[in-house]
Design a protein around this ligand. Sequence first.
Ligand SMILES: [Cu+2]
Length: 195
Amino acid sequence: MSIRFPLFALACLSPGAVQAATVTIDLRGPDGSPLADAVVMVEVPGAHVVQRGPYVMEQKSIAFQPHVLVVPIGATVSFPNRDAFRHHVYSFSKAKKFDLKLYGRDETRSVVFDQAGTVALGCNIHDSMSGFIIVSSTPYAARTDKAGRVTIAEVPAGGARLRVWSPAIHAPDNMMVQAITIAQSGFATSIVVRR
Ligand SMILES: [Cu+2]
């Protein structure tokens, strides 16, 4: 699934306006298989996030769904419980610490994520429950699909910083960072995550 954020600057088509390009990234794991549920963020100077909620992280069938959710910084995320029993959702992550004490079926709680970074979710009752909320400071952010691919449209051409997050990336914060240059014709690359 790719999430696309329109760029308001596109409305300005005067000469000298920044061209918008499409960024396509193919991610593969160390064994060569497609890396799904990774998050690609393209940081562009001066770009501001846009809130396009609602952002929802369900507890369903004793799992967080989706497993990985990308939200812009400042987003309010709701955590509805769709199971017939209670969950107790928490995070100890630096980007957001919170604790949603036991609540039952079709009840919900919400949390505002006001700091960029990775928020690992857990449930106090069900140790097997694991999920992630990636809080992005750039509007050009999306999750890789089952084919390990992400396509982000309307990114301003020019210098940018590419961030890739996946638990499969063995680096601080599971994050790979590299400088890229986005041509007006677009930017596409394949990245193999090393062990
Ligand atoms: Cu639970």
